[in-house]
Write a protein that binds this ligand. Structure first.
Ligand SMILES: [Zn+2]
Length: 387
């Protein structure tokens, strides 16, 4: 059973068909799903989608057990995979410690908790959240990690608990991404850091492989972000985009797995496989280049988007004691370190292409700061412009 939905980003109900894609685990059954693109804001999403209560059955395929081979790698492929996972962990640690040396961290959608164990060994206080009961249990018993089973709305932690919250390849699965980000905003400390990784629907590999792009993963992925739609979704909850980059290894995984999916779907002959491997390599390199920060890159078009947000907020009592422009100035001071003397904060913000808004939290005595940076989000990444 499928349900119709409105746009997860702007709630408009005026979407057009974008792509039709098969469920990669049910190619033989010919099950296919439709992605639609919102006419108003450009967000791409699965519509209709399975009812949330039903969604579990789409994860029951054996290949969807990410931790199956973690325990004791035996074959050469498993050993290679284990080595690559380690490279990925190092890479994630380096990104996190760019922003915080040490502190408390929540990994929402932590799987078996490898990243948490890695960070704990480096002095971090860690906690995990995982919807898959078996993965969570594995992390609790084998790695002795505090992992709660459940989804983001099940977290009962006190507000302002974490310095860093990470979410790797989770938000594309979440039925109400705005509500999830709102919960995380509340759990983060003032000026805490939120790191979100999602597949990039504006990436060169997504455009090349179309319905065979592995990260479409219908009907498990229900939201498909570009940097622009991700940043807007986060800004609605008071998050400010501080940095974007890519997960380099994903470029190779995506291209290889997309070739494999396309070959299976088109029943392509075995002798084509070496050519497919070559093409996957070329695509992966192109996607690495397109996802890098260079003077020529205006918007990331790599396989995966990693966006770092800051939870800038201001306590309401403090803000209300100030005039609106002084409150705005305090916020800008925090964000940019200074404001030039003699210039009003809104003017400085406007000169940077920023609009600033203080959004009262319905439950806590704070304002979330909604700072939309129009300059840093070039229109090229806008999905409306995908040809
Ligand atoms: Zn929309």
């Amino acid at each position: 059973m499928l349900e119709h939905r409105s746009c997860p980003l702007c709630q408009a109900d005026e979407a057009e068909n974008y792509l039709r894609a098969p469920d990669r685990f049910a190619l033989a059954e010919g099950e296919a799903y439709t992605l639609q693109r919102c006419r108003r804001c450009g967000m791409i999403y699965l519509n209709p989608r399975p009812f949330e209560a039903d969604s579990g059955r789409y994860y029951q395929h054996a290949e969807y057990l990410p931790f199956a081979s973690v325990a004791s790698p035996r074959s050469l492929m498993e050993k290679l995979y284990a080595a690559l996972r380690r490279v990925n962990l190092q890479w994630k640690k380096r990104l996190i410690t760019r922003f915080r040396d040490r502190g408390t961290m929540l990994d929402a959608g932590c799987g078996t908790g490898e990243l948490l164990a890695f960070m704990r060994a480096r002095g971090w206080q860690v906690r995990g959240l995982e919807r898959d009961a078996a993965a969570a249990e594995w992390g609790r018993t084998h790695l002795q990690l505090p992992i709660q089973t459940g989804s983001i709305d099940a977290i009962a932690d006190t507000p302002e608990t974490y310095d860093v919250i990470t979410m790797w390849h989770v938000l594309e699965h979440v039925y109400d991404p705005g509500a999830a980000l709102r919960t995380l905003a509340r759990l983060l400390k003032k000026e805490g850091v939120l790191i979100v990784a999602v597949p990039n629907i504006a990436g060169v590999d997504a455009k090349f492989y179309q319905q065979h792009w592995i990260a479409l993963d219908v009907p498990r992925h229900v939201n498909h972000f570009s940097l622009s739609s991700l940043a807007r979704c986060a800004a609605q909850q008071g998050f400010t985009l501080r940095r974007w980059q890519q997960l380099p290894l994903d470029a190779f995984f995506n291209a290889l797995l997309s070739e494999r999916l396309q070959a299976a779907h088109l029943q392509s002959p075995a002798w084509l496989m070496p050519l497919r491997l070559l093409r996957a390599g070329a695509l992966a390199l192109a996607s690495l280049l397109a996802g890098s920060r260079t003077p020529f890159t205006s918007a990331p078009a790599g396989a995966t988007l990693v966006a770092v947000f800051e939870n800038v907020l201001i306590h309401r009592a403090a803000a209300d004691a100030l005039s609106a422009s002084d409150a705005a100035e305090e916020v800008l001071q925090r964000l940019h370190g200074w404001t030039p003397p003699g210039f009003s904060a809104p003017l400085v913000a406007a000169s940077r292409g920023e609009t600033l808004e203080l959004v009262p939290d319905p439950e806590l005595l704070i304002y979330h700061v909604n700072l939309q940076t129009t300059v840093a989000l070039p229109t090229k990444s806008d999905p409306r412009r995908i040809s």
